[in-house]
Ligand binder design. Sequence first.
Ligand SMILES: NC(=O)c1ccc[n+]([C@@H]2O[C@H](COP(=O)([O-])OP(=O)(O)OC[C@H]3O[C@@H](n4cnc5c(N)ncnc54)[C@H](O)[C@@H]3O)[C@@H](O)[C@H]2O)c1
Ligand SMILES: O=C(O)C[C@H](O)C(=O)O
Ligand SMILES: [Mn+2]
Length: 540
Amino acid sequence: MQAREILNNPFLNKGTGFTQAERDDLGLNGLIPPRVQTIAEQAQQVYAQYQTKVNDLEKRLFLMQIFNENRTLFFYLFAQHVAEFMPIVYDPTIAETIENYSHLFVQTQDAVYLSVDDPKNMKSALQNGADGRDIRLIVVSDAEGILGIGDWGVQGVDISVGKLMVYTAAAGLDPRQVLPVVIDAGTNRQSLLDDPMYLGNRHQRTRGAQYDDFIDQFVEVVEDLFPKVYLHWEDFGRSNAAKILDKYKDKITTFNDDIQGTGIIVLAGILGALKISGEKLTDQKYLSFGAGTAGAGIVKRIYDEMIVEGLTPEEAKQHFYLVDKQGLLFEDTPDLTPEQKPFARKRSEFANANTLTNLETVIKAVHPTILVGTSTQHGAFTEAAIKAMASATKRPIIFPISNPTKLIEASAADLIQWTDGHALVATGIPSAPVVYKGTTYEIGQANNALVYPGLAFGTIAVSAKLLTDDMISAAAHSLGGIVDTTKPGAAVLPPVSKLDVFSRTVAVATAKAAVAANLNQEPIQDVAQAVDDMKWTPKY
Ligand SMILES: NC(=O)c1ccc[n+]([C@@H]2O[C@H](COP(=O)([O-])OP(=O)(O)OC[C@H]3O[C@@H](n4cnc5c(N)ncnc54)[C@H](O)[C@@H]3O)[C@@H](O)[C@H]2O)c1
Ligand SMILES: O=C(O)C[C@H](O)C(=O)O
Ligand SMILES: [Mn+2]
């Protein structure tokens, strides 16, 4: 390989980290400054530069420059500053780079761009992207529902890149084995269509048979090119996400993050909260505020858990109330999604059914003990609604998990204050601890990033042929078990600073469940060993 090819390849480049012997060997003499640095010295230097950046967007752009040039150094640095970097490289700052992607564009970050108008080049595009690498994990998005900020067309590619960065930082997946993919199916965002700089297809979203066929072809080609791949779907629109997952989940190793990942993290958070309150899951009343992809996905996971804990399906259903744009969802509410339908209530259950169109009246009628926000409606958890909830339950569990920051239903600080410190809170974005009446309340981050890395890592480590509900349930329980409930103000989920440690816990739990169900495609002697053997560490 040519010296310049090596320096321009982020998987190979070490910059000043190349030893003299390597420089002699590879023909690098004269192409880098003479001083040979250790990776620790490089990281120190880069971190000092990082600290001079004036805002989060600048910080992210700087870190991505390191990512583009030297992936080993990037992940070495990320490992040193996990909790600090997560909100910079990932949510919430990533929302800003997605909204401005075309204008900020300098580099593809090794993503693959698939155009819905060009199915015949799909295979070669994926081959070009893989470039001979053994791809074990793909994150794909069509960017119709990026976080809570909606349709961003080709610009959503950043979410595929960003999620994969977290996979490596958290669980230690080899960055050479991942492939970020965006499906450019068009966009319905007029401001993008009107923007001369927009880098995607300039037409409305393609839907119907052409879109469905494209997805089917994508799955087929991916499975053909990368038979051992774990296929992660991210931020598809409400009308496609569950449909695609249902079609493939019993056939290939696949995962929808917004449905399943979010279900796991919220279940884990609830289990953590119940450990603190000393209550039982089967005694809870659950109110889902915003019953779209994530909201309905979480409800299904908690419902399944109630059945595991001994309820019949009919009994379990009675514990759930779904609120969407229309208000509390009833059997006769128009436009229910297939995922909402099983949980719609009977109007006859309520004397005032027709007035149950806003959160506060629903809370007063239902008396929920758990309230999860996936509505994308900033400020929707009002003081009056939260006080009504807290007046009827001792330790209300309240998780406003809409992302990014500008869409959160209520801040952690307000929730703690409005409930006089009784609420057990987790948020989707990172929240600072809240000091209230002398107690410091740590706020758990109910973000699927806490689980998807371990879940995939465990699945891939044992080459599981499917990702089953049992594996998903094992992952949720393993995380809930880590919570330290001894201190007042304890968080319901483990801290992001320990992301690497608990990702291993989740990986081992998932892998064990896979092996217990004989889903491993290769013989496995020791599950924990198989997980540890696959871990990649950033070093030269
Ligand atoms: N923390 C996490 O890990 C995590 C994971 C996935 C999604 N999310 C967040 O959840 C939110 C929803 O994501 P999604 O993928 O489910 O999107 P979605 O579009 O599928 O669902 C949003 C739902 O909210 C409903 N809604 C809109 N306005 C409402 C209102 N005024 N009252 C009640 N409901 C209303 C919509 O009709 C829709 O059903 C996003 O902000 C996203 O960032 C967080
Ligand atoms: O990306 C995130 O931060 C979590 C989640 O997948 C979301 O869509 O909000
Ligand atoms: Mn998402």
